[in-house]
Design a protein around this ligand. Structure first.
Ligand SMILES: Cc1cc2nc3c(=O)[nH]c(=O)nc-3n(C[C@H](O)[C@H](O)[C@H](O)COP(=O)(O)O)c2cc1C
Length: 219
């Protein structure tokens, strides 16, 4: 018969050492996993923002800064309190605003857009982030289904003139889809509203961003 004896001091120390080692391993693994998750979230977020930037502005030289949207303009953009845009910067200088914008005038419900506008007020690109339009009718607003959404690139509030910022059925220059005018009309009107928002805010935005980048220049 074996008689169990209490662990001696050396055994306790060995057990303590093993426990500490396991603890350290678990902590290290947890840290590595967390870093990997953060890194992949960041890269997914970057891909999301870059889709409305110029293909030449995709490198690491371009950084992004979250920027608040003034409360009085949230309704125009279909957004809610706390929603933000991003500013793309090259060497600390703002090159584009990346603005989320939601139309509630779609056929199937809300159409969520992401609009990239450069600081001269020209659209870089517009992408549809989500929508509930009908497959084969309203879903041609998706780049995967048609290149219709590319028609906004390089446009501004004065090109075409504001009164032509509409689908053809409403006297504007933008194509509608056969038998499905509601969807493109919703998108065109929302992109125009987003340009208007940026035109109203551009000067104040540029000043705030520059003064934040060069704090000594502040009054
Ligand atoms: C089942 C169903 C789904 C429809 N889906 C869409 C849609 O996704 N987008 C849209 O603009 N119109 C859609 N329509 C058509 C609209 O009812 C409407 O007729 C049309 O948008 C008006 O465009 P028109 O002036 O070119 O006829 C749908 C109609 C039906 C019956």
């Amino acid at each position: 018969m074996t008689v169990k004896t209490a662990p001696n001091r050396a055994q306790w120390l060995r057990l303590l050492g093993i426990a500490l080692l396991i603890g350290a391993l678990v902590t290290t693994l947890e840290m590595l996993t967390r870093e990997r998750i953060v890194a992949s979230q960041t890269s997914a977020e970057l891909d999301y923002l870059r889709q409305v930037l110029d293909p030449d502005d995709q490198g690491a030289a371009i950084t992004f800064k979250k920027w608040p949207i003034v409360s009085r303009k949230l309704e125009l953009l279909g957004l809610s309190e706390g929603d933000e845009m991003h500013i793309a910067l090259r060497a600390g200088q703002p090159i584009a605003a990346i603005i989320p914008s939601i139309s509630n005038a779609g056929y199937g419900g809300a159409i969520k857009l992401l609009v990239g506008i450069d600081f001269t007020g020209h659209i870089i690109a517009v992408r549809v982030i989500s929508h509930r339009e009908t497959a084969g009718l309203g879903d041609k607003i998706e780049l995967a289904k048609s290149d219709w959404i590319e028609a906004f690139s390089k446009r501004s509030l004065s090109n075409p003139d504001t009164k032509y910022w509409a689908v053809e059925a409403d006297g504007g220059i933008y194509d509608q889809f056969t038998g499905a005018t509601i969807t493109p009309r919703a998108v065109v009107n929302q992109v125009a509203a987003t340009l208007q928002f940026f035109a109203d805010e551009r000067a104040a935005l540029a000043a705030q961003i520059t003064s934040q980048a060069n704090p000594e220049a502040r009054e």
